[in-house]
Ligand binder design. Structure first.
Ligand SMILES: Nc1ncnc2c1ncn2[C@@H]1O[C@H](COP(=O)(O)OP(=O)(O)OP(=O)(O)O)[C@@H](O)[C@H]1O
Length: 286
């Protein structure tokens, strides 16, 4: 069964006209005297690929963790598809349709590719497996369709331990998609990947977002990925949103350039020259 037969494909979404799926309103979080997030507000539309960037310590992880339920905001609210999820548990938020991927993908190495997806489907369906009902017997066709989505169907029965890291990241995407999230949070999706693999993974993510209508919020330190694939970019600095705009507008934003580079140079100049700006090299502002 292919992904198309499983009805994964939809009409491509138009993010600008799509309804707001996630609304973050006046969110703040402090750790002792450190204001990690202050009065953060933004909306995210269905089918939108939104990048969250900022220098080290700007507050990206804190914001991410408030959306996925790992941290409770001190102030403000987070509304997902009309439901107030502020301070709810990670499990409850996941059940409502917010999935996530991690900086370092960690599949079950002792399983095959397809068994990893089958395990995610078992979890989605709240089933347990034991010696009698084996993982490899569960929802194989649906698991194959998910692997087909991320172009891994031909590696279904391969042990994970034998897979290339770029393929493992694609497997992680299939696992995250197993419970059909409407919003996917991706924490530095291309960390540790070679340039070619980064482009492949983001092109695939973009394609899936358009086909499935899933919204994606991702943090990323590689500016080639951010400017190449985001529909919109939010820039955090010292806990505040200092810009929320299209990649083209962010590129020309002088405040953003100053925050990153400590100069008036337009952010993305290096990109135009075909180079990648690594924010780790521009820590001085935070
Ligand atoms: N659990 C914590 N306890 C104390 N301070 C914290 C905690 N978590 C974050 N902070 C502080 O809050 C600020 C924002 O941190 P956060 O990790 O959200 O930034 P970030 O933008 O994700 O940084 P990076 O890009 O380095 O991951 C920093 O000053 C950080 O030291």
């Amino acid at each position: 069964m292919t992904a198309k037969q499983m009805h994964f494909d939809r009409e491509p979404a138009n993010p600008a006209s799509a309804p707001v799926l996630l609304q973050v309103d006046g969110v703040g979080k402090s750790f002792g005297g450190v204001r990690a997030n202050a009065d953060v507000s933004f909306g995210l539309h269905a089918g939108e690929l939104l990048a969250l960037i900022g220098p080290n310590g700007a507050g990206k992880s804190t914001l991410f963790n408030m959306i996925n339920g790992q941290l409770r905001p001190d102030t403000g609210s987070i509304i997902f598809d009309g439901t107030d999820i502020t301070g709810r548990s990670p499990r409850a938020i996941w059940r409502l349709g917010i999935g996530r991927t991690f900086q370092v993908a960690q599949p079950f190495q002792s399983m095959t590719t397809i068994e990893n997806v089958q395990t995610a489907l078992l979890s989605r369906d709240r089933r347990l497996f034991n010696i009698v009902s084996r993982v490899s017997d569960y929802a194989r066709e649906e698991a194959l369709a998910l692997l087909d989505l991320v172009q891994l169907a031909d590696q279904a029965d391969r042990p994970c331990s034998a897979m290339a890291y770029g393929d493992i990241k694609r497997l992680e995407l299939a696992v995250a998609l197993a419970h059909r999230p409407r919003l996917l949070l991706m924490d530095e999706p291309t960390a540790g990947m070679a340039p070619r693999e980064r482009i492949d993974l983001m092109a695939l993510t973009r394609d899936l977002v358009q086909r499935l209508g899933t919204a994606v919020l991702f943090t990323e330190h590689s500016m080639d990925v951010v400017f190449g694939y985001a529909d919109r970019i939010i820039v955090l600095a010292r806990g505040h949103i200092i810009a929320d705009d299209t990649p083209a507008a962010i590129r020309e934003n002088q405040l953003v350039a100053q925050v990153y580079l400590g100069s008036g140079a337009a952010l993305g100049q290096d990109l135009d020259a075909g180079r990648d700006i690594d924010l780790d090299r521009h820590r001085e502002i935070s």
